[in-house]
Design a protein around this ligand. Structure first.
Ligand SMILES: [Zn+2]
Length: 71
């Protein structure tokens, strides 16, 4: 099942909607979970908005992280 990404132009919140083509054909009505905006804008893969990704991913690994970490 394809995933459609929508961006709220109001608060820049991005949501992922999983829907079949039939559901999409009937019209998706995504609502922003943050501000409740119903006018979500469809975004496509690879379209980067902002640069907040990969800030502290995997920060739990390292010295003193304990056993069972990092393989
Ligand atoms: Zn919003």
């Amino acid at each position: 099942m394809p995933i459609y990404e929508y961006l709220c132009p109001n608060c820049k919140t991005k949501v992922e909607i999983m829907a079949s083509l039939k559901d999409k054909d009937r019209g998706l009505k995504p609502v922003c979970p943050r501000c409740g905006n119903k006018n979500m804008v469809r975004v496509f893969g690879g379209f980067a908005i902002g640069s907040t990704r990969g800030s502290s991913f995997g920060s739990s690994c390292g010295p003193g992280a304990g056993s069972g970490c990092c393989g």
